[in-house]
Design a protein around this ligand. Structure first.
Ligand SMILES: *Cc1c(COP(=O)(O)O)cnc(C)c1O
Length: 411
């Protein structure tokens, strides 16, 4: 998307506003499918939690993608967006047996990552096939909060507990139709991923009725010019070869599945904010924007980097700014960033604002959550209205307290 197109959207729809470029999403989707073109059966299940607007889901549906969901509400959202149940996989962690049964009743694929739940589910529903989430104990991923494959992680069933799984399967006569892993976000080293995949293949050999192997996700995207990213093309070539060889050995063409969120939508997103004020202090120049970690929590939550550019003055002289929000706590988007000269009223664009941005937004400080716009076919489509005061007050229930005066009368 061009900077003047973004600027026009900020003018037309107000700020703050999230803008997603449909073409970029499509490009990433095709890049991924292309990297695995030698695999006979490939299934991409977009991870809904990254960005869950129904129009984004419909876009993925139109591309032929399935979806990966982590709550019953995401399952319902997927169905509302037009996905058929068999295009939806439910991969929750720590939810009740009840919620899993609800999803199974809707006909979606079930992924279980807990021995106790596996046993209970298999005992009650031996005819419903399930996929199991394995924890291969391979450390991948950047920040400790987004790395989920390590030994003390709450995710998955440990590879050391495979005998337990086999015992449950034998006792309940349930069918295991898939093996899954998801080792965390921001994979940098392809060899580590391939090593984890070897563990998954070894595990898969012990289950005779598989339809698919799901390698999860965690592909890293670049956050700034020159930044490293997961080399999808190289991973595609190497993993496809291993997978095809495994299918031969297994005696069946299985489906290779992935469930990326960030890789598919991160770079499509731009978050536009307006500069309320410039504040010169003795140590830095603050640019204070009309948003905060209520709308974009990633920098404060896990230190992620979002490039910030001034789309109102792209040719201005570069200066150093600390870009902060309006929340009444430390609320820093970027420290000492080199940005084209900022004036009050300018529109700043935060890059990589597609994944885990709007979907993590809140009403903290009783602020409205932003509008969302999809740029599609060279046109801006509003896909979520900015909230209004009604959204803040709607579910609140008022208690009528006696006034001080009335209390005195009672005495
Ligand atoms: C969050 C999540 C994903 C998506 O991860 P990305 O890093 O956004 O690609 C995939 N699978 C599961 C089970 C997840 O919880």
């Amino acid at each position: 998307m061009l900077e003047n197109q973004l600027l026009k959207i900020a003018q037309d729809f107000g700020s703050p506003v999230y803008v997603y470029d449909a073409e970029k999403i499509e490009y990433q989707y095709k890049r991924l499918t292309n990297a695995f073109k030698t695999v006979k059966s490939l299934k991409i299940n977009y991870a809904v939690k990254a960005l869950s607007n129904i129009s984004i889901l419909k876009l993925f549906n139109s591309l032929g993608s399935g979806i990966d969901t982590v709550s019953i509400q995401e399952v319902q959202l997927g169905l509302a967006a037009g996905f058929t149940p068999d295009q939806i996989i439910f991969t929750p962690n720590g939810v009740s047996l009840n919620e899993i049964e609800e999803a199974a009743k809707l006909g979606v694929k079930i992924n279980i990552d807990n021995l106790s739940i596996l046993e209970q589910f298999g005992t009650k529903h031996p005819k419903t096939p399930v996929c199991i989430r394995i924890n291969p104990h391979v450390m991948a991923g950047g920040n400790a909060n987004i790395s989920v494959g390590h030994i003390d992680s709450k995710f998955g069933i440990s590879i050391h507990q495979i005998p337990h799984i086999l015992r449950i399967v034998e006792n309940t006569k349930m069918t295991i139709n898939g093996i899954h892993m998801h080792t965390g976000s921001d994979i940098l080293d392809i060899e580590v991923f391939l090593y984890a995949s070897e563990i998954l293949f070894e595990t898969a050999k012990q289950f005779k009725n598989l339809d698919f192997i799901d390698f999860g996700s965690g592909f890293k995207v670049p956050y700034k010019p020159g930044d490293i990213e997961t080399n999808i093309e190289e991973l595609g070539e190497k993993l496809s070869a291993k997978f095809n060889a495994f299918c031969k050995e297994y005696g069946k063409d299985l489906t290779l599945a992935f469930e990326p969120g960030k890789f598919l939508v991160s770079e499509s997103g731009n978050f536009l904010t307006k500069v309320n004020a410039i504040k010169q202090t003795t140590s830095t120049v603050f640019a204070q924007v009309d948003s905060g970690f209520n709308h974009l929590i990633r920098p404060m939550f896990y230190g992620s980097h979002h490039e910030i550019i001034n789309i109102s003055n792209p040719k201005g002289r570069e200066r150093f700014y600390t870009v902060v929000g309006y929340i009444c706590e430390t609320d820093t988007f970027g420290n000492n960033r080199r940005i084209n000269e900022i004036n009050e009223g300018d529109v700043l664009c935060f890059k990589n604002a597609g994944a885990y941005c709007f979907s993590m937004a809140s009403n903290y400080n009783s602020r409205f959550r932003p509008a969302e716009v999809l740029w599609y076919n060279n046109e801006a489509h509003l896909i979520r209205k900015r909230e209004t005061f009604d959204d803040i007050i709607n579910n609140q229930i008022e208690v009528n307290f006696a006034s001080k005066k009335e209390k005195q009368l009672v005495k």
